[in-house]
Design a protein around this ligand. Structure first.
Ligand SMILES: NC(=O)c1ccc[n+]([C@@H]2O[C@H](COP(=O)([O-])OP(=O)(O)OC[C@H]3O[C@@H](n4cnc5c(N)ncnc54)[C@H](OP(=O)(O)O)[C@@H]3O)[C@@H](O)[C@H]2O)c1
Length: 263
């Protein structure tokens, strides 16, 4: 199955009023656009980020762009449903199990329903780092903590009684991943292999969860967003090659961002 994100308004007449959505890593890049767009479609969006300052700045920008797009609908990518954007910051540092579990508890304490969980946050070139919890950094941020988050939020998703969605933002880099049965965290493997493994695990998670949740009214999806010129290859102190930066920039300049679903 597949769909394209073009410069035309691509989203059919979707109304997410009364829906609650969590987007991880919503302060920049793909997460930012996702959070803004879902909020424009009427959803209440939880902007789940590790930095409150960055999240606040992002939410201000979303609101400013929303006002401009409302005033001139040629600028918007969707049929706008929201008058004002309902976006709210909550702290989530996926490199920490304690932070991930605090997020879960705080979200549950709000008593909000949950209709869509977008596991978007991710990192690719973080070097060889172990977290305070003892896991390889990419493994914990991209895969493990999102898995924990998803499992603990399942009761809330189930309570939304049908049509809930779990979206796992993966990458076609999974194709370059090695399957190291005795080294699941890809320690001492190359950066792209390490990153690719985490994206492979997300796809495996998608198949397993979709099977186990059959009949609960929860769809599980995983996708490759296309090559998008975001911060992912531009962060300081990252081990990313110049050729990779050039490759992403070149592909991005070639045209529309494409969204492809794996299943
Ligand atoms: N861009 C592409 O071409 C591409 C291709 C395939 C797949 N993807 C996937 O798309 C997703 C979004 O990537 P992007 O390109 O939008 O990258 P990005 O611009 O670098 O954004 C990544 C987001 O993840 C957040 N994040 C990183 N570490 C985190 C942590 N420990 N806890 C919580 N949040 C954390 C970042 O927060 P900070 O700003 O605070 O660091 C940021 O909000 C990722 O899963 C990536 O693997 C991207």
């Amino acid at each position: 199955m597949g769909t394209s994100w073009t410069s035309q308004k691509p989203v059919p007449d979707v109304d997410l009023t009364q829906k609650t959505v969590i987007v991880t890593g919503a302060n920049t890049g793909i997460g930012y656009e996702t959070a803004k767009t879902l909020a424009q479609l009427g959803a209440k969006v939880i902007v789940a980020c590790r930095s409150e300052a960055k999240a606040n700045e992002a939410m201000e920008r979303m609101k400013m762009e929303h006002s401009e797009e409302k005033a001139d609908d040629k600028k918007s990518k969707v049929e706008i449903k929201a008058n004002d954007l309902d976006v709210e910051f909550m702290t989530l540092d996926l490199s920490s199990i304690a932070s991930t579990m605090s997020f879960v508890e705080e979200f549950k304490a709000k008593g909000l329903p949950l209709h869509i969980l977008v596991c978007n946050a991710g990192m690719a070139y973080g070097g060889e780092v172990k977290t305070a919890d003892g896991f390889e950094l990419h493994f914990q941020v991209n895969y493990l903590s999102h898995f924990l988050l998803t499992l603990h939020l399942l009761p809330v998703l189930k309570a939304s009684r049908g049509n809930a969605k779990i979206i796992l933002v993966s990458s076609m880099a999974y194709r370059g991943a090695g399957w190291h049965e005795d080294n699941m965290q890809s320690i001492n493997k190359g950066q792209l292999s390490k990153y690719g493994s985490t994206k492979l695990y997300q796809i495996m998670e998608m198949f397993t969860l979709a099977e186990k949740l059959d009949g609960f009214g929860i769809g599980v999806f995983s996708l490759h967003p296309g090559f998008v010129d975001t911060d992912i290859v531009k962060r300081e102190n990252q081990q990313v090659s110049g050729s990779m930066k050039f490759f992403v920039g070149m592909l991005n300049s070639m045209g529309a961002m494409q969204i492809q679903f794996f299943a």
